[in-house]
Design a binder for this molecule. Structure first.
Ligand code: ADP
Length: 266
């Protein structure tokens, strides 16, 4: 009769309601875990440089300030610690914006070859210090116009190149190449002959704060966010990112970009 039908509908409704709530609660729990995890990582990253700075300042206040031979050196080290803090905070700011989807891409047409050259110039000191040569291999020796957020793509290139210097061997080489891919795409590759990455780490490389060699990367001044930032930027463009690596041979990081001619057509 109608009563049983109503009862059945009601029971179904209650069950559905309960299920929706469970899903909601599960989502909230995951978010809460994620948030805790993130905050834990952040404070961990900030601690080391903060303690360094504090250590040098306290030593100076405890009397080292009177010592002409060490005071300058200690201040320089404290200053380096502050630089590192700024660098980490900048990366954190970027990853937060990326993760809440607040990126706001400003796409324009630009020459990717010229951008690579600019990034090379900016990293000249850093690479020379480790005697790593940055080279360029191109299919065509002319401008390659792409349609993307220039500033963000500069960040992608910078992060890949900085890593290739950090994890490269001295007297090594990093080669960047731009090649035509299917239809309206190009692929940009950054290839080094550095230490390489063990296979089991590759699937997790792009997670934030993930590092293959924890102490090694920190001493090199990394925030552990570089590749997570890169992945977000490339995916926000609707493009793909790839990594191939072999221990003792080197690593190749690559990503695709849209050519700008194709943009003009449609
Ligand atoms: P980090 O600040 O630690 O460099 P990233 O997110 O940029 O953070 O990189 C994550 C980890 O991936 C690094 O700690 C390092 O172990 C590994 N890695 C990244 N690029 C390279 C490379 N070119 N060669 C070898 N290992 C790399």
């Amino acid at each position: 009769g109608p009563i049983t039908t109503d009862m059945k509908t009601l029971t179904e409704e209650i069950e559905k309601f309960a299920k929706d709530k469970r899903v909601e609660i599960d989502t909230l729990k995951i978010r809460e875990e994620y948030r805790k995890d993130f905050l834990g990582n952040v404070s961990h990253e900030l601690k080391t440089p903060l303690f360094t700075v504090q250590g040098y300042i306290e030593t100076l206040l405890d009397g080292a300030l009177e010592d002409k031979n060490v005071r300058r050196k200690y201040l320089q080290r404290a200053s380096k610690g502050v630089d590192r803090l700024i660098y980490i905070v900048k990366d954190l700011d970027m990853i937060t914006k990326l993760e809440v989807g607040d990126l706001n891409l400003k796409r324009e047409s630009f020459d990717i070859i010229e951008l690579i050259q600019n990034v090379f110039d900016l990293l000249e000191m850093k690479s020379a210090k480790k005697r790593i040569i940055l080279t360029f291999d191109m299919e065509y020796d002319k401008p390659v116009m792409v349609y993307a957020d220039k500033e963000k793509i500069e960040q992608v290139l910078t992060n890949f190149l900085v890593n290739s210097i950090k994890y490269g061997q001295s007297n090594g080489t990093t080669e960047v190449s731009v090649e035509n891919l299917i239809k309206n795409k190009v692929i940009v590759r950054v290839t080094d002959n550095g230490e390489g990455i063990p296979k089991q780490h590759i699937p997790r490389l792009f997670e934030r704060f993930y590092r293959v060699d924890k102490s090694g990367s920190r001493s090199e001044g990394g925030s552990g966010l570089g590749l997570a930032i890169v992945k977000h930027i490339v995916e926000a463009h609707g493009e793909k990112i790839y990594v191939e690596s072999e221990i003792g041979v080197g690593s190749e990081f690559s990503f695709t970009l849209e050519k700008s001619e194709s943009k003009k057509i449609d």
